[in-house]
Design a protein around this ligand. Structure first.
Ligand code: NAD
Length: 299
């Protein structure tokens, strides 16, 4: 099976460097018309630059089709103008990869409210802005592929990244709900938790591993997740060529009778509550309620 993006229009936010750049280059190489969006600022979100234009030049030099957008994902008006420009230049938008991001790492004790807000604003609100701007376009064309960018920090936590973790897990809930709402219009929505040496993370990798964790080794998973044959409602980890799937599970748990439902009974039954045997992977929130009802009926 060969995966082509011929005739598709893709927006990659934060496409001016790191992971976004490699997604944009590969989408264009496989035939997509690409909008490379990037504010072009520093890792902490300060300043502006023309990183997007440089990637567009690279794509065009390789014979591909691309336009640059310097919109900030945090500004809904700028984002809407970007989507209008993409639609009029290329006749629609089929793919959106929400990838733009910043970091303001500090332990929570030392993190001020502005550092929390700024990180949530770029990752979570920025992804919501871009998605809002393409949602009607995708619904009306009965086709859309959306990829959110989460992180191991959102899924599992990492020291010093409370703001980032909150935003990144927020994106998982956002994606999962959109996957349900978009299904009828063939809008498929997935989440990637990448692992790559970029300006954001290179200080964390030992020098001998920098080459192994190239962004180009995350791009294949990202591209599959926005392809015609993409699955939907999945969380995929990808780094150095290792592709994994993450699931939010629910244990069978403990069923207490109404008159036995006390904090002491919860304490006494804790081992059963967290016992993972027979756990399930709900595909929507309502399945949690269904599993409770099944237990009440003696299942
Ligand atoms: N590199 C990793 O290992 C890793 C791990 C987990 C998650 N991520 C996520 O992957 C995504 C890409 O990160 P990266 O590692 O390539 O880092 P990066 O800094 O190279 O890329 C992020 C890009 O987003 C752009 N950007 C920032 N704010 C923006 C805004 N308001 N509007 C438009 N563009 C904006 C930046 O200019 C930058 O080019 C981020 O969402 C990041 O949180 C990366």
């Amino acid at each position: 099976m060969s995966i082509s993006f011929e005739g598709r229009v893709a927006i990659v936010t934060g496409g001016g460097g790191g992971l976004g750049r490699s997604y944009a280059l590969e989408l264009a190489r496989r035939g997509a018309s690409v909008v490379v969006n990037d504010l072009g600022g520093a890792t902490d979100g300060s300043g502006r630059g023309n990183a997007a234009a440089a990637v567009v030049d690279e794509i065009r030099a390789g014979g591909g089709t691309a336009i640059a957008s310097g919109a900030s994902v945090t500004d809904l008006n700028e984002v809407q103008a970007m989507v209008e420009e993409a639609s009029s230049a290329f006749g629609g938008v089929h793919i959106l990869i929400n990838n733009a991001g910043i970091l303001r790492d500090r332990s929570f004790a030392n993190m001020d409210a502005e550092d929390f807000r700024a990180v949530v604003d770029v990752h979570l609100i920025g992804s919501a802005n871009c998605t809002k701007a393409v949602w009607e376009v995708m619904r009306s064309q009965d086709y859309g592929r959306l990829l959110m960018t989460s992180s191991s920090t959102g899924l599992y936590g990492n020291f010093g990244q409370a703001n980032y973790g909150a935003a990144k897990m927020g994106l998982v809930g956002f994606a999962r709900t959109l996957a349900l709402e978009g299904a009828k219009y063939d809008i498929r929505v997935n989440t990637i938790a990448p692992n790559a040496a970029t300006r954001m993370t290179e200080s964390l990798f030992p020098p001998d591993l920098l080459g192994r964790f190239r962004p180009e080794l995350v791009a294949p998973a990202a591209l599959f997740l926005v392809s015609e044959e993409a699955p939907t409602n999945h969380i995929v980890g990808a780094g150095a060529g290792v592709i994994q799937a993450a699931f939010v599970t629910l244990t069978r748990g403990l069923a207490l009778a109404e008159d036995e439902c006390t904090p002491e009974a919860v304490a006494a039954g804790w081992d059963r509550i967290i016992d993972r045997e027979d756990e399930i992977v709900p595909r929507s929130g309502v399945e949690q309620t269904m599993s409770i009802l099944a237990r009440l009926q003696g299942a």
